[in-house]
Design a protein around this ligand. Sequence first.
Ligand SMILES: [Zn+2]
Length: 346
Amino acid sequence: MQRTFDVELRVLSCERCGAPARVEETGGSVTCEYCGVQMLIGRRRLEPARLAHTLEGEARLAALRLQAGRPLPDNPYSTVRPPPGCESLTRSGLADVQEQLARRFREAAALVRAAPRVEHQRLLWWCATMLNQGYGMGGKHLERRAVLERAIEELRDPGFRHLLFVNLAGAAASLGALAAARAWIERCDPAPEDVVLDSAYRVGLASVLVREGDAARVRELVGARVGDVPEAHQYRLMFAMYRIHAHERLGDPDAALAAAAAIQRDPEVGGVLVEALGMNSLAPATAAALTRSSSATTPVGVEASDRRAPAEGPAPRTIAVFIAVALIGLAVVVGVALVAVLPALR
Ligand SMILES: [Zn+2]
């Protein structure tokens, strides 16, 4: 288990059946334990997930701000808009959806090998991202690693590769494999010019830093207040969660509560803040304070009728959490936490 995310190993999903196959970092020939196909896996490609940059420093931040704070449906790196034909596959983690995603993923890999157009690469990346999320929820760590590394192997676009390295870092961090998480995050582009790539990097690195106990650096990464750093719209809940956690850890409960109040005003994701903090073991004192203040203001009758809600189907609240988390898309941290939510959706 400790070696699941090791950078010194290569773990790739089988080209034919999708099962994980392991070889040394230098590559080699391997027979799939499940379907028996022989695969030749090369040494890991070393080109960095980094475009040639023209913008640096303040100029880069200014460019990012132009893309921040609103949905970016046409941004190829946004997970919010599924590729054509994948609209029904957004609930990763459900067994039949995972199965369909795995098939689409293998088809997409073949398509990218034959014709590596950007829309083909986007399909492969999107399927990998969703599968990663679902495997994370199900505790299938080796499968998670294998599908991410297979996608990185097949893709050429530095942005998609960057996002997948962020996912590998987040997955490793969630298992406590911090050295591996560091090794993967170092393969990312630390200064992208696209706000989705930049926000993903900040959130991924924050997930490592939180476990390393460096709250000051977390606060610097996500900003002490909304607007201090440019935030991609789809990551705003994650930014808020790390910001609240950092304020709490740095001994500033008022700033933590103010940051919580700011995100709670967001009509789409504000309502699930407390659950999301709890699921991710972030800012426990602030979450407890928010729970106390909301139960103090909730009319008794409302709470009682909630408790009497019929047991068929998931509670509306569970659906709300799921939708908010799905909006985040690239579930660096939240994917794992969804284990708690999913049984209700089955
Ligand atoms: Zn196989």
